[in-house]
Design a protein around this ligand. Sequence first.
Ligand code: AMP
Length: 418
Amino acid sequence: MARPLFQALPGTRDILAPDSQRMRALVEVFAEEAELAGFGQIVPPMFEDIGVFTRIGDSTDIVTKELYDFEDNGGRRIALRPEFTASVCRAYVQSRPVPPWKAWYAGPAFRQEKAQKGRYRQFDQVGAEVIGSHDPDLDTELIAMAAGFYKRLGLTDVTLLVNTLGDKADRPGYLDALRTYFGEHLDALSEQSRTTLAINPLRVLDSKRPNDAEIVAGAPVLLDYISDDAAKAYGRVIDGLSTLSIPFVEAPRLVRGLDYYTRTTFEFASNALEAAQNAVGGGGRYDGLVADLGGPEDPGVGFALGVDRTLLACDAEGVFGAVVPTPDLFVVATTEGTEALALTQELRAEGWRVERAYDGRSMKAQMKAANKSGAPVALIVGESEATDGTVSVRPMGEGDQVVVPRPELIPQLKELLP
Ligand code: AMP
């Protein structure tokens, strides 16, 4: 086949049925979970003033390297959203809903990453945020919601990692300790990590490079540097997870890709995926982000789950398969008239899934298509049926074909079909 003139760009792809149906089903499961927990949906714009996203932190790859940004006709600096949290906080500051405000979302996010399996430049997330409460039970509830969602999809091989990043005031002491520690191991660190160290030592902990791993494993842990308040909140989350029997692993060196996190941070890793792309979701508290966006000192907590990777994890575990819907009825019409058109629309209006053949194909070809469609019943309108005002009802499995007068067709089908 000749190469098409245009192809989807690197890191983007077309999601066709039935995969797209599966994706929608996933979002529906998430929406149910979120709405049971009292969240309302927010649909924020896909692009914002770039300043909304640069507030995420100037030491994150997402902001420094991966933003899709451009200038619009009004000379505004715009960026496609690389994630939702900043937009949700911007919306909170703008609309001032009554706190604690609980919002869930679903949709695409954009990052100029090196594309590979499980890592795309346009990918989908579902997520939830609560703004305006310090209560650590909300952290636990959010984690429970994400864990419940994975469970409902049928995923069993997902590990929950939990940590606390303490408060902003705890940070300088810890950063000093990290600087000292990594400074002692500078020669062994990768070049990228040495650069990161100069900008934000915390992010060195996030290095997935094998040489760094050994050094990171011996680094000081934040838990030893946090305030009593932050430690108490963390303890409450750990107790909460135990009360709810949600399995978790404490990961004292877990930091996440975004700079704004404080206190609780968590990540879900699928053990069925390759290590480099096994993060299927994550989140945490961001107690300063709303203020950074010009709002009150209101705290926030939330998470985002990667839809594409979650579905890859489902594939790897053989769960939540794509459902290919089969039609309830297949209309076969060999007349010159508009019988097929009219009958098909009437049946669809009754709520049945109806398929038909096009392009005036032969009776034989249409019957073959009917068979292939998986519809349990074919409805045939030939010349004699058209003249008599009848339709032949042919069960595709067992049973005989019967001729039914047109007015009796729908009542009879209602008895025949579930
Ligand atoms: P983050 O906003 O970076 O915490 O990402 C939340 C989740 O989104 C991750 O755990 C991934 O599952 C997913 N994700 C992030 N970046 C990508 C990407 N480039 N391609 C696919 N999924 C992604």
